[in-house]
Design a protein around this ligand. Sequence first.
Ligand code: DGY
Length: 310
Amino acid sequence: MPKIAVTRWIPDDAVKVLAEAGEVAVSELDRPLTGDELREFVAGADAVVGMLHDRLDGALADAAGPGLKVVANVAVGYDNVDVPALAGRGVVVTNTPGVLTDATADLAFGLLLAVTRRIGEGERLLRSRTPWSFHLGFLLGSGLQGKTLGIVGFGQIGRAVAKRAEAFGMSIVHSGRSKPGSVPFEELLARSDVVSLHCPLTPETRHLIDAAALRAMKPSAYLVNTTRGPVVDEAALADALEAGEIAGAALDVFEKEPDVEPRLLGRDDVVLSPHLGSATVETRTAMAVLAARNVAAVLAGRPPLTEVKP
Ligand code: DGY
């Protein structure tokens, strides 16, 4: 029976798929495993189902041993996976594209609304029992109709966000790798009222939003990040907000996740959520089931549904 190591809790539907393919061991620790724990946990595994907080690399493959055939990352992003190192050892790598597009786009748009309409700030005011009354000038936000949304990375999620923005009367500009209609990144920054990030984290996109990029945005503009934290230089973002270089930011992901730059935590012009982009029951189940089907396919000698090629 092949051994399948799952590094953290996954929904039952996915465990059922895995259980038909092999003997399943799910980590019982309700936290990310340390590197040493991870390597110990996967020893002897034929398949590893990993999370975005796990470093899935050559050392992990070596710890698993020569029987390792597949590493299934339960995420569409795979910046935590050393794909060349695994592929070089003959290990198939898979991710979970497609199934989380709408959930992530919904959350991105929810954050966009929350930051432009000051929803978190209003909620905090009520919960702190601060006296208030209706006033024409009270907690005014910024309307979206007629405004421009700049989408950085016009893949499936970026396009799904564009669809939502169009329904709100926004016009779209986008930049990204040679997508038809893309504008240069600098032009996108200068024209956008909201900049929403949907590019993967790669060496090229690490700190794509740095001090210079923030300075290039309109002082009235907002930044939304639902992709990977390190795409934004969080210290530079805090500086830019303090200097009034942009109007606000909404972040679902963080540079040193789960930590958040302390200067952002105290700011009313910042909306924060704890990496919830794909966090619906339906979507997280679909992601885990897709990962499980990928494992089952490879263990049965079939090609996986969604392979990441080096
Ligand atoms: C992903 O899939 O990459 C998200 O960040 C988690 O859903």
